[in-house]
Write a protein that binds this ligand. Sequence first.
Ligand code: GBH
Length: 497
Amino acid sequence: MDWQRAVVFSTLLAVSWCAEDLTFPPGFKFGAATAAFQVEGAWNVSDKGESKWDRFCHEFPHKIQDRSNGDVACDSYHQWKRDIEMAEELGLHFYRFSVSWTRLLPSGFANHISEDGTRYYNNLIDGLLEKGIEPFVTLYHWDLPQSLQDLGGWTNPLVADWFADYARVVFTLFGDRVKWWITINEPIVICDVVYNSGIMAPPIISPETGAYLCNKNVMMAHARAYRIYDEEFRPKYQGKVSVANHHIWFDPLTPADAELAELARQNAVGRYAHPIYSKTGGWPASIEKALEEVSLKRGYSKSSLPAFTQEEIEFVRGTYDFYAMNHYTSRLIRKAREGETFNFWPFADCIDLGAKVQKQEDWDVTSTFWFFIHPEGIRRQLAWLKQQYGDIEFIITENGFPTVEGIHDPIRIKYYKAYLKQVLLAIKEDGVYLTGYTAWSLMDNFEWSDGYATKFGLYQVDYNDPHRKRTPRDSARFYKNLIKTYTLDDGATQDEL
Ligand code: GBH
């Protein structure tokens, strides 16, 4: 290259660099996630107790797309060394996994701690730390002990006591080595999806009551666990605790729907975040009002959304050390027209707000029905959260993409790039203090009511192989490379795996 061409070339490089800075800030952390029920299998080995998802799959196989269950799943209970190896291959800074409540406490209560369960999580945690990978642990990712479900599960206020006892056991056993904690994964799924849809465990439909009882109980359970950590464990271990909310980004269909879109955000996110992250605590005022109105209209004497006492408001408020955000998809929202029927909230309509949701025409669909592609949604969601709850530390605890088959997954890479670009804009343009990103998922796994048909893995899992062989997809190479180079720039070299 002669000097003139060299000058032109470097100028072009500099210009494109300024126009688009595709690098992540130094110190930014990348991880990947799984959840116990989705990967562990070994559903009844040793003294493990039955969870509500074990029961659901066994009793209602027709509710799972391929009539499958979590009995063996990815067999991570036996394949944990390979799981650690994959995390190491990718160069992950942290691995987010969850503890199975009934593997540790077979009866659901803290009267008996399983030695076998303790050993399993000790092996996983120690193995990760040996490789310099931080364990990022979720206490509860949807697998409630069936014994507690039989007593009403998340609609029984005593669930806060049961969860607090369980949390104390987990912090006691593993708190010396685990510094990152999520109490509960996606309360909106545990409450709103479960009690509105009947497609997840338990199949109890109670949209007007169950979903809201659950909402308050989950907030109290989270706060109990947070306070226990704060008082009994933080002084010696200095870890961080939060709850991972699920976020569907709502945009108004027309400008006239702007207020409704904001109400939907408060209903989907605010109802689970405002009590914890806002300055005032308690329910978002707009939602408190809307739900009281609809409850009275339905003939109830008071709102279906249980009130917090002042003491409870103070107890829940501020129970976070960072904000954990799961995000996948977006919706457009509009006012329902006379006579329109409603599909169930939150991935579809919202009867309580008289709202219909839809996809924007130019959003691509994916292999699973609830998921449309809208990369800008993740940026707007982060900016909204910052505006609502202040300039706090954010970590994306889940984001990922579903496919059906195959090792070559250019579409997943395209998704990750598009969403991560928006994440960078949130950091650089909107000033969101975002310190980490988690890919869902490290490997294909039991995708709840989709069974094994929908695949989110960076690694493919062969379910016909007794050892559940894991093979890296092209997207695994992409992610490894991103972690190594800290840039989304296409020019960066692709590593072998
Ligand atoms: C997250 O859920 C979960 O944390 C994780 O376990 C899961 O594997 C991952 O994302 C990918 O799905 O009846 O219309 O609500 C995301 C929320 C909740 C989306 C259940 C799909 C079922 C469809 N999911 N929902 S619907």
